[in-house]
Design a protein around this ligand. Sequence first.
Ligand code: PLP
Length: 397
Amino acid sequence: MKINHNFLNLKDSYLFATVGAKTAAYKKAHPDRDIIRLSIGDVTRPLAPVVIEAMHRAVDDMAKRETFKGYAPDQTCYGYDALLDSLLGSYAQKGVLLEKGDIFISDGAKSDCGNILDILSTENVVLVPDPVYPVYLDTNIMAGRKILFADANEGNGFLPMPDDRVKADIIYLCSPNNPTGAAYTKEQLKEWVAYAKRQDAIILYDAAYEYFVTDDTLARSIYQVEGAKECAIEICSYSKTAGFTGVRCGYTVVPKELTRDGVSLNRLWARRQSTKFNGTSYITQMGAAAVFTEEGERQISESIDYYRANAKIIADVLDSLGIWYTGGKNSPYIWMKCPNGMDSWSFFDTLLEQANVVGTPGCGFGKNGEGYFRLTAFNTHENTAEAMRRMAELLKK
Ligand code: PLP
């Protein structure tokens, strides 16, 4: 018996563990200090009332013989009609026409970011932006694929563009991006779609933060670009849209138009799912179905607006200090340049010790993250304002 030796090529992720350990050690040494975390990568506001009500109704359905639900009705896409219909409606509002069979309900974006690789050969070369959400890199290391990096930096606004000299088969794009908050315009995505088609590659497009986009020139779905259905899979989530991080629901779009080697990827994914997955619970799906109703959208927008206001508090202070950053406007993340040429961990230590504010060092998301720092909008208005007041005071010294 042999283990999968590719796992030994993974780098241990010390980022959040070290952030936690340093913060705890500081707190222990200074128990009286009020530490504010602008490092939170999880939502903090409760589920919308429409979602809670829909889930309560679904629980009641499970209590009666006539309405009880067992396995999902469709053993490939695993979606109940109410949820699939609401997703089709939501895509139509973005000008994207999909069919029911194109959408697969999942338990969130993270699992499908990794699982989708089952249907793609390990011989493929992968192109991953640097810095980025670490799951794309690690899942491909586990599978032993060759990985290339697309450099994101200040010069390109942390939005790398295609380069025809780079030959890749699988391209990851994440927009709005975690950790940089930068988001591609539809025009920029057109270039990626054209590149993918020239290379006969496919794009794995992570749209987990699409609901934060307000600017019309920015994409909310890669399918807003013509021709993307022939070269892109979109992975999406209710986590950041509707606070489902602890409930778990997402969806992956594999359009019927997407074929490679003369084979439909939709068919392969359906086969993979029916073998290795058994659906997302009925109660969860009914909650999710309430999200893209008129009242649901009104209620979830209140929470997103709350986070947006925090992002603006952060961005306004950085503007006043003349600090370079991306994100904050169409994203809950703000990616700031560390002041005075500091490296990410030095700035982390200074901010923790002198302002009692915690953020996330950018170097933990890839080599190009060195010298940058991620702040998030998931705290309260009061804490965010106080943290930024302290940061401004520190940096003005
Ligand atoms: N994709 C990105 C870019 C993320 O930042 C996250 C979570 O932080 C996820 C996917 C995971 O989402 P989910 O909760 O749906 O698994």
